[in-house]
Design a binder for this molecule. Structure first.
Ligand code: NAD
Ligand code: TYD
Length: 334
């Protein structure tokens, strides 16, 4: 099987490629990635020489590049996206270009190339904020609240339209917040670990009581693997681990694991339109595809802290350049 993975140099994409090469040594994987600030080939250094792996630098908005690289692909797994909510609030245009226009260009190219399956990697954020005691299912209405979430919701609609209109075989995943190795340190968990290691303040938005359902990236990759091979065409699958935590619980846990004082926490101005709670019901993937998370939050977060403390060179390289300017803009006057 030849898989065409877009955005494979990012956080979840690189973990997915590593997972697939380990589980299916006979598969060929083409990693098609634009290498934006979030794309990092360092993430794949340990697998880049494997016979089944190849890399093509390209943009999912570029139809000609897609046509060349897609030849012979059996399935597309579309991770490529602008993925950070705060950046989408600062400037939405890149999100519309890649997440919306890019997804349509990729769908057109996949259909022309005759691929057998298109997996769209979406997010639980398309459904917006969830009240206490409520759990979104795949049938819940989409009510995206950030430009990022709105762009991902738009992409889902385009994927569905390609299925209904042209009969393209599509499946969509909606995962909750992932954490684990190789996550760019602008997202909550790696940002807080790397700041704490440098005894820098930990910027907690608002009252710190927003809730997310934290999923280890390994479990997310196993779920995407199951959906790719066994998901029903045209369906959407929530992926979550029923591990709801407030941001403050996360930050306190990280400080305790690192042996750092809670005085490093700094409450800062809240994010605009900040969703209070994400919570999905993953029963469909549990029942239909027999998927369950293997990692508990406690073991997963400990391993993750160990990974970041043991990979200071990766952190330093990732945090140089564009990231430093972004950090100053985002947190400088907050
Ligand atoms: P990431 O930002 O770490 O990686 C995104 C990758 O896409 C990067 O390698 C980047 O270079 C590449 N890319 C961006 N624009 C591109 C373009 N136009 N053409 C080709 N490549 C391009 O993101 P991530 O956290 O790994 O998320 C991957 C996917 O999973 C995204 O679609 C995101 O919406 C979705 N998702 C993420 C989470 C999460 O918690 N991180 C949860 C649910 C869903
Ligand atoms: P994030 O990792 O950006 O993921 P998402 O917004 O997609 O859920 O943020 C997770 C939670 O952490 C979210 O409620 C916002 C909060 N947060 C902070 O409090 N401080 C920060 O510096 C960041 C980046 C996030």
């Amino acid at each position: 099987m030849r898989l065409f993975v877009t955005g494979g140099a990012g956080f979840i994409g690189s973990n997915f490629i590593r997972h697939m090469l380990a589980v299916y040594p006979g598969y060929e994987i083409v990693n098609f990635d634009k290498l934006t600030y979030a794309g990092n080939l360092d993430n794949l250094r340990d697998v880049e020489r494997l016979a089944g792996y190849s890399f093509v630098r390209g943009d999912i908005c570029d139809r000609r590049a897609l046509d060349d690289a897609l030849a012979g692909a059996d399935a597309v797994i579309n991770f490529a996206a602008e993925s950070h909510v705060d950046r989408s609030i600062e400037r939405a245009s890149d999100f519309i270009e890649t997440n919306v226009a890019g997804t349509q260009t990729l769908l057109d190219a996949a259909r022309a190339a005759g691929v057998s399956r298109f997996v769209q990697i979406s997010t639980d954020e398309v459904m917006g904020s969830c009240c206490d005691g409520e759990y979104f299912t795949e049938a819940s209405p989409m009510r995206p609240n950030s430009p990022y979430a709105a762009s991902k919701a738009a992409a889902e609609h385009l994927v569905r339209a390609a299925h209904i209109t042209f009969g393209l075989d599509v499946v969509t995943t909606r995962a909750s917040n992932n954490y684990g190795p190789y996550q760019f340190p602008e997202k909550l968990i790696p940002l807080m670990i790397t700041n704490a290691l440098e005894d820098k303040e930990l910027p907690v938005y608002g009252d710190g009581l927003n809730v997310r359902d934290w999923l280890h990236v390994k479990d997310c990759c196993r779920a995407i693997d199951a959906v790719l091979h066994r998901g029903r065409s045209g369906e959407v699958y929530n992926i979550g681990s029923r591990a709801e935590k407030t941001n403050l619980e996360i930050v306190n846990t990280l400080l305790d694991l690192l042996g750092k004082p809670r005085s490093l926490i700094k409450f800062v101005t809240d994010r605009l339109g900040h969703d209070r709670r994400y919570a999905t019901n993953p029963s469909r993937i549990e029942n239909e595809l027999d998927w369950r998370p293997e990692e508990t939050f406690e073991s997963g977060i400990e391993q993750t802290v160990r990974w970041y403390t043991g990979n200071s060179e990766w952190v330093a390289r990732t945090r140089s350049g564009e990231y430093l300017q972004y950090y100053e803009r985002m947190y400088g006057g907050r």
